[in-house]
Design a protein around this ligand. Structure first.
Ligand code: TYM
Length: 328
């Protein structure tokens, strides 16, 4: 299995954790698991070099603090394994222009003025993502709901390549949904929680307890005062219930019953406690990991070696299937 998380913004948020990273931790034992930081993807929108470098390290540290163990899974940085860009070229040559134009993330990002004019890199981003997945012959790709379309494209490209050039790639399984795979913004529950929205609506894993409590207290709720899930009429409180359930392990129905006859205030106060309790141990481990650069360096060296070995094998098979003359 394989998955990745971008090193952008002010660190990972609760959507990244519930939609992706939490599952990665659970899956590192049953699978040959590869987790990586897609820095090639990050530069599809402008980045400051010093910040990108610092954030890439920090993103690795966040994964280790969340519970990934470099002895039990492979953690690496995408740009350190050049085969990703090499395979993306080959896959780009079997991707239709129209097919790439239909990707919603491209349409969304290319329309956002603050990101500057859309680049060719942003357009071909999903092809690079397909290369990330196919290089490791991944079967499972645990991602949040927003990555569903990219995963479908990956499956299409794998099938097309195999049909044209002979069986080369594992076709990954389709998207598997689960609770918490679409956490919404606290200030605008019609949009998914995202690193590129204002911080008041985003719960960052590194936020301190006072900030967390304030963000939850000021989360937009809906008309009425009943703590009840109803995605159409009460999207704000529904999102908060989902977050509570995902972190506390209780069901939404159980929570509704518990808060029957009590207002939003009580619920938000308890939710703040649940979030702080979940994030405090993570934050403690993160400072320990950041204080031990050798641990991070060693994890990445090992990760790069393991990833390179697998990636080189797949790329060689692809080059041979395509008809490139091998070097002597
Ligand atoms: P990224 O960095 O935007 O997000 C990392 C993971 O977090 C999930 N996620 C969410 N889940 C629930 N609710 C949310 N509000 C939320 N926001 C983000 C994402 O679905 C993702 O699983 N293109 C990818 C990175 C990537 C990748 C790959 C992933 C590059 N190559 C290959 C898997 C396989 C991205 O930008 O994720």
């Amino acid at each position: 299995m394989l998955s990745g998380i971008q090193p952008t913004g002010s660190g990972s948020h609760l959507g990244n954790y519930l939609g992706a990273v939490r599952r990665w931790v659970a899956m590192q034992d049953g699978f040959d698991a590869f987790y990586f930081i897609p820095d090639l993807h990050a530069i599809t929108v402008p980045q400051d070099p010093a910040t990108l470098r610092r954030r890439t390290r920090e993103a690795v540290a966040e994964l280790l603090a969340a519970g990934l163990d470099p002895e039990r899974c492979t953690v690496f940085v995408q740009s350190q394994v050049p085969e990703h860009a090499q395979l993306a070229w080959v896959l780009g040559c079997i991707t239709g222009y129209g097919e790439a134009s239909r990707m919603t993330q491209f349409k969304d990002k290319s329309n956002r003025a603050e990101l500057g004019p859309a680049t060719v890199g942003l357009f071909t981003y999903p092809v690079l993502q397909a290369a990330d997945i196919l290089l490791y012959q991944a079967d499972l790709v645990p991602v949040g709901d927003d990555q569903r379309q990219h995963l479908e494209l990956t499956r299409d490209l794998a099938q097309r390549f195999n049909a044209r050039s002979g069986p080369t790639f594992t076709v990954p399984s389709g998207y598997v949904g689960q609770a918490g795979d679409r956490v919404m913004d606290l200030q605008d529950p019609s949009r998914k929680m995202s690193k590129s929205l204002p911080p008041a609506g985003t719960i960052y894993l590194q936020d301190d307890p006072a900030v967390l409590a304030k963000k939850i207290r000021s989360a937009v709720t809906d008309a009425g005062r009943e703590v009840r899930a109803d995605p159409a009429a009460k999207p704000g409180i529904t999102n908060l219930l989902i977050i509570h359930a995902a972190l506390s392990g209780r069901s939404v129905a159980d929570l509704e019953q518990d808060y029957a006859g009590r207002g939003y205030g009580d619920f938000k106060r308890d939710l703040a406690e649940v979030v702080v309790e979940a994030l405090t141990p993570f934050q403690r481990r993160l400072s320990a990991v950041l204080g031990d650069p050798t641990y991070v360096d060693q994890a990445l060296r090992r990760g790069r070696e393991k990833a390179s070995e697998v990636a080189a094998g797949t790329l060689a098979a692809v080059h041979s299937a395509v008809g490139f003359l091998p070097a002597t």
